[in-house]
Write a protein that binds this ligand. Structure first.
Ligand SMILES: Cc1cc2nc3c(=O)[nH]c(=O)nc-3n(C[C@H](O)[C@H](O)[C@H](O)COP(=O)(O)OP(=O)(O)OC[C@H]3O[C@@H](n4cnc5c(N)ncnc54)[C@H](O)[C@@H]3O)c2cc1C
Length: 463
């Protein structure tokens, strides 16, 4: 039961936080109306812009008291529609919690507020010889709190893991106004249930992440990058296995099928990388020493793979400029998303030994059913993470049909419907395809226990 407040919500929030932390300005509301997904825009009635974790906790206590649903918003680059407000919701933005609070330059850890933008952290720590390896195309806008809430993956998971592996400690504000401060800074900590895992990847359903302690890596002195042209998926899998064995510094292995490469070159106005087209391309990055051994090791491994007939052609970057050119097609995803709207964008997980069959069958079925649309395949192969971007679609019925087609194929392959972007609202109707009823039931119970008034990101993730 909620108390029956006599004050308006606006006044109650103003009292708790200060009037300058609340905005009812329609222009501000419009800038908080949507994330990057195709979920329908909806301007929130109020935008709450706290400056401290304590203010977030106070705001949540008021919202719970009023039974007022809220959309938690980081950098709004999410692709699942979870940060897009729904009718009747207010928005709570982390944008002003953007301080890097502490930096242990000896131990390589950093304590940040949740609203720090990923790229801001990357630049900050590199100045001190450290490296934050999580990296994704939205780095200039996405926030570390959002990365944690979605357990973001990105381009270097094959070596450094997802955001979950970067998080040593976390602070969370709960719907009842409690601040759960678990800012652990040690690598090994076996003291009961590791509660932070509940909040990582749960898309803001259980609490608002306010601070994070993150683990850094020594800054690599150099990156070596190569683009390999391949005749088949089997060749790509063999290349990945060999490079994993021979190059301990292997940090990225991005696959792009030819349909993706052609569309990316078109949308980003790039010159095709090779004179001839190939069925598939692997973008390879190693990070490590600046000495010539690292470059030689890459060249030697790739040379052997050419001799062995695994690679058909290769470009090895000789300068920073050429490295950027090799990444340009892979980094054009934002432009491709915009160019194919209304689209369906999938980030499914498929076991490696099922990937080739799954891609071939999906492509054939998509082309047969939707011959007018573009179907682009790419992914982080090292993590079994396949992206499919398909569109534009004229109507919702076609979008639904393509979703069913892809998710059922993924289920049949023993995969999962989201490997990194999360479920949000977009994939909510399909979560039961790859999560069992008892699992969903437990999710429900945990949500009801922590957020009994269901104010936080209600109507997302769990059906
Ligand atoms: C061009 C482009 C490329 C991308 N590439 C990748 C990629 O390679 N890998 C990948 O994993 N993702 C990728 N994404 C998706 C997106 O960038 C990530 O999901 C990112 O982690 C979202 O962060 P955000 O701050 O923008 O979160 P938002 O979009 O604001 O929110 C996302 C979710 O997190 C919740 N949330 C945000 N902040 C908090 C908080 N402090 N506490 C609790 N919940 C919170 C929101 O409620 C919502 O559920 C890409 C997106 C774009 C546009």
């Amino acid at each position: 039961m909620h108390a029956s407040p006599t004050m308006s919500l606006h006044d109650a929030l103003s009292n708790a936080l200060g009037a300058d932390r609340i905005s009812a300005d329609p222009t501000v509301a419009e800038s908080h109306a949507a994330d990057w997904s195709d979920a329908p825009r909806c301007a929130p009635s109020l935008v709450i812009l706290p400056r401290t974790p304590a203010e977030i906790a106070r705001a949540l206590a008021v919202l719970t008291q009023y039974g007022q649903p809220v959309a938690v918003q980081g950098g709004l680059t999410g692709l699942a529609g979870a940060a897009t407000p729904q009718a009747g919701e207010v928005a709570l933005s982390l944008a002003r919690l953007n301080a890097i609070e502490a930096f242990d330059t000896a131990g390589g850890t950093v304590t940040v507020q949740a609203g720090v933008v990923l790229e801001q952290l990357q630049t900050h720590v590199e100045a001190e010889g450290w490296f934050f390896p999580l990296d994704l195309g939205a780095r200039g806008s996405c926030q570390l709190g959002g990365n944690a809430a979605t357990n973001a993956g990105g381009n270097r998971v094959v070596r450094f893991g997802t955001m979950r592996e970067r998080i040593l400690g976390i602070e969370v504000a709960l719907p009842d106004g409690t601040v759960l401060s678990m800012l652990n800074r040690v690598t090994k900590n076996t003291t009961g249930i590791d509660l932070k895992q509940l909040f990582i990847g749960s898309e803001g359903l259980l609490g608002v992440i306010t601070r994070l302690v993150l683990k850094l890596e020594p800054k690599p002195a150099a990156a070596q990058t190569a683009l390999c042209a391949l005749g088949s998926f089997d060749a790509a899998a063999r290349l990945l296995k060999t490079l994993r064995m021979r190059l301990p510094g292997l940090s990225s292995f991005e696959l792009m099928w030819d349909d993706f490469m052609v569309a990316a070159c078109e949308v980003a106005r790039l010159k095709p990388p090779f004179a001839t087209r190939y069925p598939i391309y692997a973008l390879v990055e190693t990070l490590g020493d600046a000495d010539e051994d690292a470059q030689r090791a890459l060249e030697s491994a790739l040379g052997d793979m050419i001799e062995g007939g695994v690679i058909d052609d290769v470009i090895i970057a000789q300068s920073i400029e050429q490295t950027k050119q090799l990444w340009a097609a892979r980094e054009s995803v934002g432009e491709l998303l915009a160019a194919t709207r209304p689209h369906a964008a999938f980030d499914v997980g498929v076991p490696m030994d099922e990937m080739e069959r799954c891609v071939a069958s999906l492509r054939a079925r998509l082309l047969e059913r939707f011959p007018e649309q573009r179907h682009l395949f790419f992914g982080h192969l090292g993590d079994g993470n396949l992206h499919v971007l398909t569109g534009p679609f004229a109507d919702d019925a076609a979008l639904l049909a393509v979703e069913v087609l892809v998710y059922e194929a993924v289920r049949d392959a023993g995969g999962c419907i989201s490997a990194e972007h999360g479920i949000g609202v977009i994939k909510r109707p399909f979560i039961a395809l790859t999560r069992s009823e008892p699992e969903l039931d437990l999710m429900h119970k945990i949500k009801s226990m922590i957020d009994p008034a269901s104010i936080l990101n209600a109507g997302r993730v769990i059906p």
